[in-house]
Design a protein around this ligand. Structure first.
Ligand SMILES: [Zn+2]
Length: 228
């Protein structure tokens, strides 16, 4: 088990996403409950952009293919290269390659749990099927999509830092809505919220081998087995 943690940490050091950085993740969580990228525009033509990335405002550009507008701000709809035509004042995004590696409805994804609330958690998606993604996408798992039966709170499902497998059930408004309603879906690696050790499943609970802490999770059937 120690080896698993070490391998995991080594592999994902570059993700730049740890418990202590949860605050930065919540930055994309808009107060109205909408998700937006707060990154200030400043992209130049030809730059690689990701879905939801801000391209400009409607006062300066006319939105064209591969873009969408929300509250007067133009965002990229796809992974591609931004083309800002200063002459015609049009902004468009051209797909990088056809069939780019982007999650779609019914995709199975692997991600790390970030900002957590009692009724939903944000998941930083870094793997699509067995392939690593070039960009990083954020998904939302709502408490009503965890399993068939009623779940009271996300605290009994997963915690920040956990690695989970989920299915994309919708991408309405450019937000990936996730579900773990299947035996194969759920937490793949869970870490103790006190000492961060890898938790071990025992009967219906998760036990920490180091500090003895007991927690709850919604596990994937192959918990602790898949190489990430
Ligand atoms: Zn512990």
């Amino acid at each position: 088990m120690e080896d698993v943690i070490k391998r995991f940490i080594d592999k994902h050091r570059n993700l730049g996403y740890t418990r202590s950085e949860d605050a930065s993740v919540s930055l994309i969580f808009h107060s109205k409950g909408n998700y937006m990228n707060l990154k200030v525009s400043g992209h130049k033509s030809g730059h690689l952009v990701l879905p939801g990335e801000r391209l400009g405002v409607i006062e300066e550009f006319i939105p064209n293919s591969g873009t969408y507008v929300k509250d007067g701000v133009i965002y990229s709809k796809i992974v591609g290269r931004a083309l800002m035509d200063l002459l015609s004042k049009r902004v468009s995004v051209y797909p990088l390659i056809s069939g780019a590696n982007v999650p779609t409805v019914s995709s199975t994804i692997i991600g790390q749990v970030g900002h957590a609330q009692s009724d939903n958690v944000l998941v930083r998606i870094f793997k699509l099927g067995s392939k690593n993604l070039s960009g990083v996408f954020t998904g939302v798992l709502h408490v009503s999509d965890v399993r068939e039966r009623y779940v009271e709170s996300m605290t009994e499902v997963c915690k920040p830092g956990d690695i989970m497998r989920a299915k994309v059930i919708s991408n309405k408004n450019q937000v990936y809505h996730l579900s773990t309603n299947d035996k194969s879906l759920g937490v793949m690696y869970a870490f103790c919220s006190i000492c961060a050790s890898l938790l071990e499943p025992k009967r219906y609970e998760m036990h920490c081998p180091k500090c003895g802490n007991v927690e709850k999770r919604k596990l994937a059937l192959d918990y602790g087995k898949e190489e990430i």
